[in-house]
Design a protein around this ligand. Structure first.
Ligand code: NAD
Length: 475
């Protein structure tokens, strides 16, 4: 069986004590590879290697052009190895290859290229002062960055963290999710091939609580924590980071509202609403899992939406035609299954969908659900959407904002004034109007409330991954 090791100090290694765990292919429901399982000692080895590479190595002083050249080389290698990388994410967590190979690999390469260029081209503040002094800002690297990633977009979200951290001259220890470990090691192998100096980019594997994740966040050798995952985990990490005074960036869960007004183009609204909830089998923090439709078009929209959900191609994620594969793991399937099985007990009605074979859940459309039911309030992270009618714009905004989360929302309308008005009123880090998941990597990305703390993207990543310094000179 294939083996994925830690990558520490430029070498792929097993754990000191030889501990390993299996990674399971959710389609076959059998292990497909083994992975090194880090002890706290292994994590400290990785942090020490990153520290040495930061304190003594060439990386922080190399200059943006040379670091950028190496990151572009890494992006080239990611593209060259796109099939293997995307295929590994698919085997680890069941994402259809049409998305892993077809989308995520390209986005991973784009993350590396964008941040390499952004760091090189960013201008710092220059502030000539009335007093005759001159102030300017220097964005020096923060040091050793701990990056902890979830399993739903493994390669894409890992590069979203690693790329800006490296581009700004930091060194990194990445802990991927235990359900999707393969591509982190593969990326680190490619980083060695690209010529990144030893210790600049390290990977350790393991679980979260009382395992590699916790050990990494508690390490005294780290200067930043960038975390993407569940809100409950974010709270645990924030407590530790607070105690150690380590700045933390938290991209957490969501319960995205998707608001379709009667004046929307219904072809556009149905198409994007399907993608918003069923992409990656609903295992998307940004999923439009609460769909609010204005009453005048509710019936027509629902008929078309249900028909589109039923037309989705479900099955083997390695088949290029598959649009919806299994859920990522047995435990996650069990969690989503409980929500599917309690729809009726909570007062809702399943219009289409339900459980399929294995760990697959069909695109499931639920109506008539009371707004205080768990299905409307908790992040299900599966292909289940609750559709509810509304009458007025004010009611739609109130329903959309009635959640502890605030990652994103979608609005479908052809009325320009309404689009601006509603976007301003929604409590969310991102609002997509007549679309979904379109990203400009310069834009802020992050959430409000239980969806996170801080923003990343473009200059926002720079603020987090550097220690901005003011220099004031007497001229
Ligand atoms: P999770 O929080 O269980 O795990 C995420 C990572 O944190 C894993 O690597 C895990 O091993 C590690 N971890 C868990 N407990 C830890 C601890 N106590 N200390 C340190 N590390 C720990 O989340 P998940 O189930 O892998 O991912 C799904 C969640 O991620 C969903 O809530 C989803 O909304 C969220 N998510 C958010 C975004 C975003 O950008 N806001 C993007 C993707 C996913």
């Amino acid at each position: 069986m294939e083996f994925f090791g830690h990558v520490i100090d430029g070498e792929e290694v097993a754990s000191k004590d030889g501990a390993r765990f299996d990674t399971v292919d959710p389609w076959t429901r059998r292990p497909w590879a083994q992975v090194a399982l880090a002890s706290p000692d292994d994590v400290e080895r990785a942090v020490a290697s990153a520290r040495r590479a930061f304190d003594d190595g060439p990386w922080p002083h190399m200059g943006f052009a040379e670091r950028g050249r190496l990151l572009h080389r890494l992006a080239d290698l990611v593209e060259e190895h796109g099939r293997e990388l995307g295929g590994a994410d698919t085997r680890d967590m069941g994402k259809p290859v049409s998305q892993s190979v077809g989308n995520d690999v390209g986005r991973a390469a784009q993350n590396l290229r964008f941040f390499a260029d952004h760091a090189r081209l960013s201008a710092a503040d220059r502030l000539p002062m009335d007093s005759g002094h001159h102030a300017y800002t220097v964005h020096g690297p923060a040091g050793v960055v701990a990056a902890i990633a979830p399993w739903n977009f493994p390669l894409m979200l890992e590069t979203w963290k690693v790329a800006p951290a490296l581009a700004w001259g930091n060194t990194v220890v990445l802990k991927p999710a235990e359900d999707s470990p393969a591509t982190a090691t593969m990326l680190a192998r490619l980083a060695i091939e690209a010529g990144l100096p030893p210790g600049v980019f390290n990977v350790v594997h393991g679980y979260g609580p009382e395992s590699a994740g916790q050990a990494l966040t508690e390490s005294a050798g780290i200067d930043r924590i960038t975390f993407t995952g569940a809100s409950s985990t974010g709270r645990a990490i924030a407590r530790i980071a607070g105690g150690n005074l380590v700045p933390v960036s938290l991209e957490l869960g969501g319960k995205g509202a998707n608001v379709v007004f009667a004046d929307a183009d219904l072809d556009t609204a149905v198409d994007w609403s399907i993608r918003a909830i069923f992409t990656n089998a609903g295992q998307v923090c940004l999923a439009g899992s609460r769909l609010y439709v204005q009453r005048e078009v509710y019936g027509e929209f629902l008929d078309r939406f249900v028909a589109a959900a039923e037309a989705m191609v479900i099955g083997d994620p390695s088949d290029p035609d598959t649009q919806l594969g299994p859920l990522a793991s047995r435990s996650h399937f069990e969690k989503v299954r409980r929500y599917v099985e309690t729809v009726e007990a909570e007062g809702g009605r399943i219009r289409t969908g339900g459980l399929d074979s294995g760990w697959t859940v069909r695109p499931t459309v639920v109506t008539d659900m009371p707004q205080d039911a768990p299905h409307c309030r908790e992040e299900i992270f599966g292909p289940l959407v609750v559709v509810s009618p509304f009458d007025t714009e004010a009611e739609a905004v109130a329903l959309a904002n009635d959640t502890p989360y605030g990652l994103n929302a979608m609005v479908f309308t052809e009325n320009l004034s309404r689009a601006h008005r509603v976007s301003a009123a929604l409590r969310a880090g991102t609002v997509w109007v007549n679309c979904f998941f379109i990203r400009d990597l310069r834009a802020p990305f992050g959430g409000v409330g239980a969806s996170g703390v801080g923003r990343e993207g473009g200059d926002f990543s720079r603020e987090f991954f550097t220690e901005p310094k003011a220099v004031v000179m007497q001229i």
